[in-house]
Design a protein around this ligand. Sequence first.
Ligand SMILES: [Zn+2]
Ligand SMILES: [Zn+2]
Length: 303
Amino acid sequence: MRELIVLGTASQVPTRHRNHNGYLLRWDDEVILFDPGEGTQRQMLMAGQPVTPIRRICITHFHGDHSLGLPGILQRISLDRVPHPVAVHYPAGGQESYDRLRHATSYWDNAEIVPGPVGEGFVAETSAGRLTALPLRHPIETYGYRLVEPDSRRIVPALLAEHGIGGPAVGELQKTGRLGDVTLEQVSVPRPGQVFAFVMDTGLCDNVYALAENADMLVIESTFLAADADLAAQVGHLTAGQAARVARESNVQTLVLTHFSQRYPDSSQFLDEARAEFAGTIVAAEDLARVLVPPRRPATVDR
Ligand SMILES: [Zn+2]
Ligand SMILES: [Zn+2]
């Protein structure tokens, strides 16, 4: 099961309808919580999601709308006796903020929280694939994240049967790549890995494109509408149209817009401006929405 569970979608301040940011990515066994803003613990409850499956928390930057929920989530992980270690990634320059949030209040702290600061060349191998990060353009140190599942091959039962292979021999073939004269390639087809990209607060820059390249799902901030494009550039944010152009030029499949400014009461305008630029699937994220990672693409895309 691969899906994004949206916990919050508001930039800067929560509104009556939008919580601060928060995004839970369920990628088979790897469950990653991105940018837990204030109120994330309760939003997870409202979304019917326990904290126990979380393996990793990724923070783009230490502005409150992306990180004030960290203390509550960590305390809950401890309270619920999550049995496995939980890695927390965040900009290395924000170590002081991390330390404060990590020990914000007093409680019986028995969780295994493993800090994994992000700097240049950051790579973490996860059960879902390789997690990397690139710096973005924002007033404080900010990183976007990219998760790349390795390409592999899928065995086709009909091809196995054609070569008279069955039973334990299949495992042997998978392990060694060969069984007598038959190679793994002869009985399987390419299974291209999927890509997830998470781009929060940033002005438009090359790394936005680098993170989004060939993403099956791109979650990206679209704080402003075109009418406020100058303001967006000034304060280090994107418009819906810019986010959608990134999606088009980067060969994205599913575009998830979020981090909306409270100045716009109607989110349909974000969709309208994005649709003019991008023909793929577009979702204007709402709190507690679930967005499926799209089906695997055919094996023609380079990554
Ligand atoms: Zn923000
Ligand atoms: Zn910010």
